[in-house]
Design a protein. Structure first.
Length: 163
């Protein structure tokens, strides 16, 4: 797979920063510090990765912006989270969406929010997804898809950042 990579001009970085701030509010400011070098990597027609000073910080998948696991681990971005049962981790790390029975607890969020998926034992992020239900619905439901899996440990985006 041939990737198209280029460093962005400061005017394009400002436009990107503005879009991220519109989506995430002040939390998005930490992804693109002033005076940083931002590289845009086009993975496919619907997937773009943004590296800031050589660190994967942001993904754009189907026009949706999501912070990378690296940004979350580095403390550059905090998301509302769900904590998932140890038994659901393997399926999630194979690309499956998170189902309601696998969720043990959750922070407050609304449907459509970007959320972190944390594993139960260490309470560390293993993925990022889009909430298909709000947190109250997840807590009261007994079945159904709760989180659409967009990015997880050792997926293609994670591998791209490790090169």
């Amino acid at each position: 797979m041939k990737l198209k990579r280029h460093f962005m001009k400061s005017s394009d970085i400002k436009k990107l920063r503005k879009k991220v701030l519109e989506r995430f509010g002040d939390k998005g400011e930490s992804l693109f510090p002033r005076k940083s070098r931002v590289e845009r990597v086009k993975i496919s027609d619907k997937e773009i990765a943004y590296f800031v000073d050589e660190h994967l910080q942001l993904l754009q998948i189907n026009e949706e912006f999501i912070p990378s696991l690296f940004a979350i681990y580095e403390g550059n971005f905090a998301l509302p989270a769900v904590c998932v049962d140890h038994g659901a981790v393997k399926a999630f790390l194979n690309g499956a969406d998170m189902m309601v029975p696998g969720i043990k607890k959750s922070d407050k969020f609304t449907e459509g929010n970007v959320v972190a998926v944390n594993e139960e034992i260490r309470n560390k992020p293993i993925g990022v997804g889009i909430a298909l239900m709000n947190s109250d619905e997840i807590n009261s439901a007994s079945h159904g898809k709760a989180i659409k899996n967009l990015h997880y440990l050792k997926d293609k985006y994670f591998q791209l950042a490790m090169k």
